[in-house]
Design a protein around this ligand. Sequence first.
Ligand SMILES: Nc1ncnc2c1ncn2[C@@H]1O[C@H](COP(=O)(O)OP(=O)(O)OP(=O)(O)O)[C@@H](O)[C@H]1O
Length: 472
Amino acid sequence: MTDASLWIIDDDESIRWVLEKAFANSRYRVRTFSDSATFFSELEQSQPSVVMTDIRMPGDDGLAVLKRLQENYPGMPVVVMTAHSDLDTTVKAFQGGAFEYLPKPFDIDEALTTVDRALRHLIENKQGSQPAKAAKVPEIIGEAPAMQDVFRAIGRLSSSSVSVLLTGETGTGKELIARALHKHSPRTERPFIALNMAAIPGELIESELFGHERGAFTGADKKRMGRFEQANGGTLFLDEIGDMPLSVQTRLLRVLAEGQFYPVGAHQPIEVDVRVIAATHRSLEALVAKGQFRDDLYHRLNVIRLKLPPLRERKNDIPMLVEHFLESAANELHVTAKKLSKEAMAALKNYGWPGNVRQLENTCRWLTVMAPGQRVGVDDLPEDIVAKDDTRTESVAAINRETLDSWLGLLSDELAAIPDDNTDVLTQYQRRLEQIALEHALARFDGHKQKAALWLGWGRNTLTRKRKNLLK
Ligand SMILES: Nc1ncnc2c1ncn2[C@@H]1O[C@H](COP(=O)(O)OP(=O)(O)OP(=O)(O)O)[C@@H](O)[C@H]1O
């Protein structure tokens, strides 16, 4: 979609300025308005794809804008921005039909992804009225073995409706894979609905998922259909499932078991047939151990588990991804795609990509707009990517340290959750550690036991014995 437009209403000039800058190298044509009156008069001439509005403004406030848009342009997604503490306004904004609520101060990436989601939602809704065949999953790139495993799994699962749990760091493509699973499933003609638990205030998740009756709680002045019902016959993608409040987990479990639920305040159950695909970047096992995630729900969701590797573990995919993203950014902007010099490509491969594929995609957009020539050299790359030569190794080391720290952090969280009366902690962990190391070593050396034993620091007999004990 090359002609997406975003209109922003905010009386605060600095916010308008920041947002204009933030969206400058995105796919959106941005217009800003300091009040709703000018916005509405322009709206008679042409309509934007997505609207972002502040709540507190002189004249018509954001909620009034929302109401008027809902009445006159019901499909237009509206992102409402307001101060975080204002729960009341949040509830009202959602009930008024806001697509999303962006608590101020928000970071720019959050604003970008929210507007992207709003646009996607718009496209999906449009597709809802046409045959859903048009649902487009962008090309998924990945030659790394771990990605090939994921592709194979999509193929294998294509005739089934089992639950899938996608794990992986932020930006590794979990939503993309969820869409692909849906597209290649018998449900492809039915809706795909995505919901991010981390993006919705906890109090609103229940009504968002299950809907509510009119008058179900203060402020519920309209009946509202939940995402479960919207996804009926299709797929519901629950992103950041680890952030789902326990009370909602209980309800979700019941829907999965019984295939029906009661909207908030309703007396009649609604029957649904929904495939759930969940995603998380946190360790659900650790959350279960800490009592923050229901064990039974975990097992229900964890039927098939697909792990998306971080980009730094599949560096050889970087050139293909770069070419793909430079190409699509160029198409969006109607310019010729740029090419990277060998050195620039090497620098990109050398970088740790904490934001994974999403960060690489944004970098390619940035380069398309900002790099002066057709051929992008090392000097044209954003500064944080090209650490100067002497610090580059340091930055890679820092990333490894970060991964190790976060791994040790998770381990220590997990340990903290083990009750005092346990007497066998080390044995259990040692066993698991050895299991993982052994599986890894055998895979690494294609099952060659001598090499695996040497690498692990075990004798061959020890390896054979451990293999018998640990891997059966
Ligand atoms: N293998 C891939 N090939 C092409 N594009 C990809 C690939 N993986 C991710 N992307 C792109 O990167 C961006 C981020 O992917 P996505 O939103 O699916 O990540 P995510 O893991 O769901 O992130 P988060 O955990 O932050 O929600 C998207 O624009 C997606 O299209």
